[in-house]
Design a protein around this ligand. Structure first.
Ligand code: PLP
Length: 459
């Protein structure tokens, strides 16, 4: 980076999440300075279409909403901070809790606010322990999530996450957090195994894990409706019906992690509706506030709440809560965000333009570098493959993902390349024309990456 540029100052001052620090010192960051709809601009004035809505969160795009700025300003002037500890409450929190309960995909009874998706999942783990302790079965506390799941990065939520980078050298996962089969048919299915047969096998493998551990020791199962940061993995259509039957049989709570899928991403207000899920708890965040301010929520059914209430009542307190969980300014902004979604029928818009994204991405499936295209609604993944026939991934050391990222940037697209998968989760406001612009550019980046792979003799 140029001396004294923002990039150079960044290299001197920040340690970055999910970044290789050694490469970062050499190359410096892209310093993003402004946003406009689905576009962002860097400090050199180059414009990019933001194909991942930041980190799957800015449903309304980047800094286009005067209304949200005004609501935040007015709430700061009226009451800059309050909290729900110790029998206190504030009106934005009450209003937002009511709004969430009114729109929940299955009847939910109470909302507990947090700041982040990680905290919401951590809270779920703690409440599940509290619940089973209250029911006099403290041994029922193991939790099952899935390989390639992403549920966050705190010590417990990183344990739920099923990705090696989140465990290796952090001494994780915590004991009692287990991982079952990832429902990715493309890689997981045996030769000739249908999606339905593969779904049955996933459920059988879950059953086998439960039996091996002892059904009385398993408290809960966590799942994203569509796995996002693990590489945009859409389960087979019959997967969740089979999984939910297993959970029911063993009295295992189901926590739906709607942190990415919630608020219109999969073509319905909730991922639970797209896949007919009946969870006992729902974690949500990200598009809850369109990323304008940090906010997350954990919802629970009446039957979970009742047990927690009675236990906390007996002990005298529910010993859990975050200073900034349900911050009044964040709640006011989230409430206004939900109002904008409703007024503009943005979930309907996402459902209407989603098929365009899916169709345009599927057109890329014929590209020599593309192994699989998958997705639903406004979330999609394009997996690069070294060899289409054998579905072989590239060796990560060959840097194909980084090359694809470079070529996407050169063509004015920002998104995340996760392993070999280029992930798409654009702002919900994206138009069909903008989808076309984005995918046209992605196609050119694929051509450039293929040329690079050939020059490096990787394909
Ligand atoms: N759950 C899912 C499905 C996520 O995608 C994420 C973040 O990407 C999280 C949880 C963690 O959320 P946060 O980064 O707000 O802690």
């Amino acid at each position: 980076p140029r001396p004294n540029s923002a990039a150079a100052r960044d290299v001197r001052s920040q340690l970055h999440p999910y970044t290789n620090p050694v490469l970062h010192e050499q190359s410096g960051p892209m310093v993003v300075t402004r946003g406009d709809g689905v576009w962002v601009e860097d400090e050199r004035g180059d414009r990019y279409i933001e194909g991942l809505a930041g980190l799957w969160c800015t449903a309304l795009g980047f800094s286009a909403e005067e209304r949200l700025a005004r609501v935040a300003y007015e709430q700061m002037r009226r009451l800059s901070f309050y909290h729900p500890f110790g029998h206190k409450a504030h009106v934005p929190g009450i209003d937002l809790a009511e709004a969430l309960l009114a729109m929940a995909p299955v009847p939910m009874s109470k909302v507990f606010f947090c700041n982040s998706g990680s905290e919401a999942n951590d809270t779920a783990i703690k409440f599940i322990r509290f619940y089973n302790n209250a029911l006099g079965r403290p041994e029922k506390k193991k939790i099952i999530s899935r390989l390639k799941a992403y549920h966050g990065v705190t010590v417990a939520s990183a344990s739920l996450t099923g990705l090696p980078n989140n465990h290796r050298d952090f001494d994780l996962p915590l004991a009692g957090i287990l991982h079952t089969t990832c429902p990715h048919h493309y890689h997981g299915a045996a030769e000739g195994e249908s999606p339905d047969a593969f779904a049955s096998r996933c459920a059988e493998e879950l059953e086998a894990l439960i039996q091996a551990e002892g059904p009385d020791t398993i408290a809960a199962f966590f799942a994203e409706p569509v796995m996002g940061a693990g590489g945009v993995i859409v389960p087979p259509p019959t997967y969740f019906e089979k999984i939910q039957a297993v959970l029911k049989r063993h009295d295992i709570l189901f926590v739906a992690d709607e942190v990415i899928c919630g608020f219109g991403r999969t073509g319905n207000p909730w991922g639970c509706q797209t896949f007919d899920l009946k969870p006992d708890m729902i974690a949500c965040a990200k598009q809850l506030s369109s990323g304008y301010l940090p906010l997350a929520a954990l919802m629970m059914t009446e039957s979970v709440y009742e047990v927690i209430r009675d236990n906390a009542g007996r002990i005298g307190i529910l010993g859990h809560g975050y200073t900034y969980g349900g911050h009044p300014v964040a709640c006011a902004v989230a409430l206004e965000t939900l109002a904008i979604y409703r007024e503009r029928d943005l979930f309907g818009h996402a459902a209407a333009v989603g098929p365009r994204l899916q169709a345009r991405l599927r057109d890329l499936a014929d590209h020599p570098l593309v192994g699989e295209v998958r997705g639903v609604g406004l979330i999609g993944g394009v997996e690069l493959s070294r060899d289409k026939a054998s579905r072989q991934p590239f060796d990560p050391a060959q840097g194909v993902g980084a090359a694809m990222t470079r070529h996407l940037h050169a063509h004015g697209v920002i998104t995340r390349v996760i392993g070999d998968t280029v992930a798409f989760s654009p702002p919900l406001i994206i138009t069909e024309e903008e989808i076309d612009t984005m995918v046209d550019r992605v196609a050119r980046a694929l051509d450039d990456t293929l040329a690079w792979c050939r020059a490096e003799a990787l394909v």
